[in-house]
Design a protein around this ligand. Structure first.
Ligand SMILES: NC(=O)c1ccc[n+]([C@@H]2O[C@H](COP(=O)([O-])OP(=O)(O)OC[C@H]3O[C@@H](n4cnc5c(N)ncnc54)[C@H](O)[C@@H]3O)[C@@H](O)[C@H]2O)c1
Length: 266
């Protein structure tokens, strides 16, 4: 799947619960090298302070750089510093929970909406543009999305950002095909992380997920399944797959209505 002599950049680490961490550690399990990014120096300390479930050895094995994706110079400096890579994971999103998520769908908060789009969507294109020269032998870019084919309660502008992100994945796949760079999105079922904790109604969403999954989905433990799909998309077995949004969600995205009791796993 992933060769041990490869190097990957995983952007969007916050703590040991981050999807980025599950992906990075999965990549490392194949023997490949991983460089993570956090948003800034303060958040590097946050990773060490808030990842109580990790041993000191585990914490110290994490190679961390800084990058605020809204600052083009920081993105450029990051890629200048890390050199050649074989793949990039973009596991980054943000929307002000007070204005862009919640029970009121607001359109008067233009600056907040623009900021959420910049961080959650446009930043993938920025990262890809600086990553391209660092992928001389081609490579694979993977971003994280959440089912944008349905409108979920409270998710508001983030749902729109995710829809745009999936369209961007197709555009980037087309643009970078000539460079042998593939671009795909992983559409994940809900899992408990810091970002998720800011989404109003997230616990209800998880409860609802349990009603619509043909295969049981555990928001506490299924991050590893998201990481497995990312590893597949980053590695050799998916080398003709690009521009796709692939779901790892227990099958919830294809179900009409709820699962009946007789259809559920024992
Ligand atoms: N948690 C879920 O249920 C779920 C489901 C599907 C998709 N996703 C997506 O997975 C990705 C990772 O989220 P997560 O759930 O692991 O949460 P998380 O809070 O661990 O990660 C979000 C990351 O985005 C980073 N970020 C925000 N603004 C940034 C900026 N300006 N510059 C650089 N980094 C910035 C944060 O610092 C953080 O590291 C997001 O795209 C999210 O939408 C999450």
């Amino acid at each position: 799947m992933i060769n041990k002599d490869k190097k990957y950049l995983v952007m969007g680490l916050l703590d040991a619960n981050s999807i980025a961490y599950a992906i990075g550690e999965k990549i490392k399990s194949f023997g490949a090298e991983v460089v993570y990014t956090v948003q800034n120096e303060k958040l590097k300390q946050y990773f060490f302070d808030r990842s109580e479930n990790l041993s000191d050895t585990q914490k110290n094995s994490v190679n961390i750089e800084f990058c605020d994706v809204t600052d083009k110079n920081e993105v450029k400096n990051l890629f200048d510093k890390i050199g050649q890579i074989n793949g990039l994971v973009h596991s980054i999103a943000y929307a002000n929970p007070m204005t862009c998520l919640g029970d009121v769908f607001r359109c008067d908060v233009v600056e907040d909406i623009k900021k959420s789009f910049h961080i959650s969507c446009l930043s993938l294109a920025t990262a890809a543009s600086y990553a391209q020269p660092n992928m001389a032998d081609g490579g694979s870019i993977v971003t994280l999305t959440f089912d944008s084919r349905h409108a979920y309660g409270f998710y508001n502008w983030m749902g729109i950002n995710k829809s745009a992100l999936e369209a961007l994945v197709r555009a980037l796949a087309r643009n970078y095909g000539k460079n042998q760079i593939r671009v795909n999105a992983v559409s994940a079922g809900p899992v408990f992380t810091q970002a998720a904790s800011h989404i109003p109604g997230f616990s209800q969403l998880c409860a609802q997920w349990a009603q619509i999954c043909p295969i049981p989905w555990d928001p506490k433990t299924d991050k590893g399944e998201i990481a497995n799909l990312c590893a597949f998309l980053l590695g050799e077995f998916s080398k003709k797959i690009t521009g796709q949004t692939i779901f790892v969600d227990g099958g919830a995205s294809v179900i009409g209505g709820r699962m009946f009791d007789h259809e559920k796993a024992e």
